[in-house]
Design a protein around this ligand. Structure first.
Ligand code: DAH
Length: 352
């Protein structure tokens, strides 16, 4: 009979449990269908009305007591369970990383590190600019006035009405403008960064990366431009005697302008850059248009320069054999694990 146990005995029993299983056993023992309390209540049937009343009250008080203590103990076990879990999940951030759990460097970042390293060796410094640009820096100063058809070539993201004259930069070229407006020549910079165009398919993403190059001094020539780009590409693709060609082209900010193609061969469905009968367009370049120099308060009678711009995704895809541009931005960890680079093997000059 339940009353063989007093409240203190019951309390002690329940308080001694420290698992949900043991607690459940006790709940069934006291309150389950065949538990001691329901059984005691059933036993009241044979008693007189008065006894039923007093005994019934006693049992119900005990019942309520047991229910309260069980609930209390459940919360205690729950909390200690959480505490245990938290303790187990504690990370000691001062420990050295385990190679297995460390993330990888994204191929785009790796490509940028690589580009910076090569141009760093050629004494270029790195400049950056904001993703949101003024219409002036992105277009007008670069000799792309309003209503110029070249604006239509770039599907621009314009910002909302309260920022009428701002755009998401469509290329890294506005950083040329920023640099020339704030620095005196000689200037020798590269500008890696994010760029945006309203375009999306297997070969275009609305956000992508470019690297811009700009040299302004007294005597920069097309020959310097050419040898710089050949040196860069030979280093980047790790090939000697790169086969290339320059084709005349048009950019409002350079005059003359050219596009550079590199030769490639397809071996087992993989592209091998350096030689072959196929050509792949890799970048745009030219001599800085004197109009742009003047727009940026640089005297075009004294200074001249060259510039170039290329897409980082394309360089990365060609170097690492990545076939779909969209995979760069899929946030697929397995993909990153395969194409990414170990942090511990990364040495960069820039620390970017
Ligand atoms: N800004 C050009 C684009 O987005 C790329 C480019 C071409 C940059 C020629 C240059 C250049 O500096 O000289 O397509």
């Amino acid at each position: 009979m339940v009353f063989a146990e007093n409240k203190n005995d019951i309390l002690k029993k329940i308080k001694d449990t420290n698992s949900f299983e043991d607690l459940e056993k006790l709940r069934l023992y006291y309150l389950g269908k065949k538990g001691v309390i329901p059984e005691a209540l059933k036993g009241l049937a044979s008693l007189s009305i008065d006894e039923k009343k007093t005994k019934g009250q006693e049992i119900n008080i005990i019942k309520k007591f047991v229910e309260d203590i069980l609930r209390e103990q459940k919360t205690i076990i729950e909390n200690s369970d959480i505490a245990k879990k938290i303790k187990q999940e504690t990370i000691d951030v001062t420990l050295p990383p385990s190679i297995k759990t460390v993330g990888k460097i994204h191929p785009i970042s790796q490509t940028i590190f690589n580009i910076i390293e090569i141009f760093g060796n050629l004494n270029y410094s790195v400049e950056t600019g904001p993703d949101i640009e003024t219409d002036f820096n992105n277009f007008t100063a670069l000799n792309i006035p309003e209503h110029h058809p070249a604006r239509e070539m770039q599907d621009t993201f314009y910002l909302d009405s309260d920022q009428k004259n701002n755009v998401l930069r469509t290329h890294t070229s506005p950083v040329q403008v920023r640099t020339m407006l704030t620095n005196k020549p000689p200037i020798k910079i590269i500008v890696p960064g994010r760029t945006y165009r309203s375009d999306s398919d297997a070969t275009h993403a609305p956000m992508f990366h470019q690297v811009e190059g700009l040299v302004v001094n007294h005597n920069a020539t097309m020959v310097d431009l050419k040898s710089t780009l050949v040196t860069f590409l030979e280093e980047f693709f790790e090939v000697k005697n790169l086969e290339y060609r320059f084709r005349p082209s048009y950019f409002p900010f350079t005059e003359p302008s050219a596009e550079m193609d590199v030769a490639y061969t397809k071996v087992n469905n993989k592209i091998k850059i350096g030689e072959g009968n196929n050509w792949l367009e890799i970048l745009g370049c030219g001599m800085v248009n004197p109009i742009v120099l003047e727009n940026c308060k640089i005297d075009s009678k004294i200074y001249q320069g060259f510039a170039f711009g290329m897409g980082i995704e394309r360089l990365s895809m060609l170097k690492y054999g990545i076939s779909d541009l969209r995979s760069f931005f899929d946030l697929n960890y397995r993909w990153l694990d395969h194409y990414g680079f170990s942090i511990l093997h990364n040495q960069t000059r820039s620390g970017l």
